[in-house]
Design a binder for this molecule. Structure first.
Ligand SMILES: Cc1cc2nc3c(=O)[nH]c(=O)nc-3n(C[C@H](O)[C@H](O)[C@H](O)COP(=O)(O)O)c2cc1C
Length: 354
């Protein structure tokens, strides 16, 4: 499916663009360091909040450390780095997929250095390591997956696909709550709209969002249309950024996200039993596994995280989905009316690998 994506906003890098990585080029006879570097081309295709790509990878002789890059944090929308660590978890999952696909066995220690909270996981490759063939099979889906914020068809998702998504989350230690009835979906849509209004009323939120919009950025950040403020802001120009920073488009964004949520055939909450960095890393791996299983089955997804990001609304979402667990991500999933989504850019590997 990634091949269906239109190539826009794609900068020219003098290093190989991760988005164009070709598995046939895997250096099977290369050193372990070269093989690990190659696998990281897939890690960086993970989704991340505001496309901040808040990760760094330290490659050693036998291992890769997956680290949080807190210089790319979003202190207003994500003050505890919860989404930052979820994003790194998604990159860790892609790394596992790629290592498995290329026949490398590995073991993982999460938070290996209590004194250094930025090292989230150490992935050690060795012959007595672990391999998971189910995970390895997801490699083609890494390039097929793309956040699709457009409308979905009304077709309900078959039960077997829902079950596969539930299983994918459970295998990573997370839970899924489906928003089942239409009435409930409308209630969740109201919460999303309320979240938008509260976020956009905050000038610091708008400034932070504007600083990650294209116009000033080329290899990270978001296109203007992703904000959901309608045709007015559909172009990736500096004007979008200035407009978001200056004006409160809360009502417009709220109404567009409300309609998107209410009109989506399936809303689901990904949740964890605890709400701490370990759980967020786990949620990130679960998120990417769910997204890849969905992509493999031909489904697209996008995010409506506002009721989780706005602290006062999170318990209300939790109550609506009747779960004791902590909501981490709110997704809409369905068959996209248009599968051709612009490729979102990635930083060159050289910028994230040490
Ligand atoms: C933890 C997390 C939170 C996200 N929240 C939102 C969101 O609230 N709204 C949105 O449109 N996209 C959201 N995204 C999607 C990112 O914007 C997207 O992954 C990024 O722009 C890269 O694009 P891609 O997913 O197509 O590769 C989120 C992604 C992650 C991992």
């Amino acid at each position: 499916m990634r091949s269906q994506r239109a190539k826009v906003d794609q900068p020219d890098h003098d290093v190989q663009s991760a988005d164009r990585v070709d598995g046939k080029a895997f250096p099977a006879k290369g050193t372990l360091r070269e093989r690990l570097n190659f696998a990281l081309n897939y890690a960086v295709l993970a989704p991340s909040s505001h496309n901040t790509q808040p990760w760094r990878f330290i490659v050693q002789e036998q291992s890769v450390q997956v680290c949080a890059d807190r210089t790319r944090a979003l202190p207003v929308v994500d003050p505890y780095d919860r989404e930052l660590i979820i994003s790194c978890g998604a990159a860790l999952f892609n790394l596992r997929v790629a290592l498995g696909y290329f026949g490398e066995k590995y073991s993982i220690t999460t938070f290996p250095y209590p004194a250094d909270a930025d090292v989230l996981a150490e992935v050690r490759v060795s012959a007595d390591g672990f391999s998971d063939p189910d995970v390895a099979l997801l490699l083609p889906a890494i390039r097929a997956r793309a956040t699709n914020r457009g409308p979905f068809t009304a077709w309900p998702m078959p039960m077997r696909v829902r079950d596969a998504l539930t299983k994918a989350a459970a295998q990573e230690g997370a839970g899924i709550q489906f928003v089942r009835s239409y009435e409930r979906r409308l209630q969740v849509a109201e919460l999303v709209a309320e979240g938008d209004k509260r976020q956009f009323a905050n000038a610091a939120f708008r400034r932070e969002l504007a600083s990650w919009l294209h116009g000033s950025r080329t290899d990270d950040g978001l296109p203007g249309y992703s904000v959901g403020a309608g045709e007015l802001l559909n172009k990736a120009t500096p004007i979008v950024s200035a407009a978001i920073r200056t004006f409160n488009f809360g009502d417009r964004v709220a109404s567009s996200h409300h309609d998107l949520a209410a009109g989506s055939p399936l809303l689901l909450v990904l949740s964890t039993s605890r709400d701490d960095p370990e759980s967020w890393l786990c949620a990130g791996q679960a998120l990417e596994r769910v997204l890849l299983v969905a992509a493999q089955a031909g489904y697209s997804a996008s995010y409506l995280n506002q009721p989780i990001e706005v602290r006062a609304l999170r318990p209300m979402l939790r109550a609506l989905v009747e779960s004791e667990k902590y909501p981490q991500v709110l997704l809409r999933i369905g068959r996209a009316k248009s599968a051709a989504v612009p490729v979102s850019p990635r930083r060159p590997l050289a910028a994230v690998v040490l």
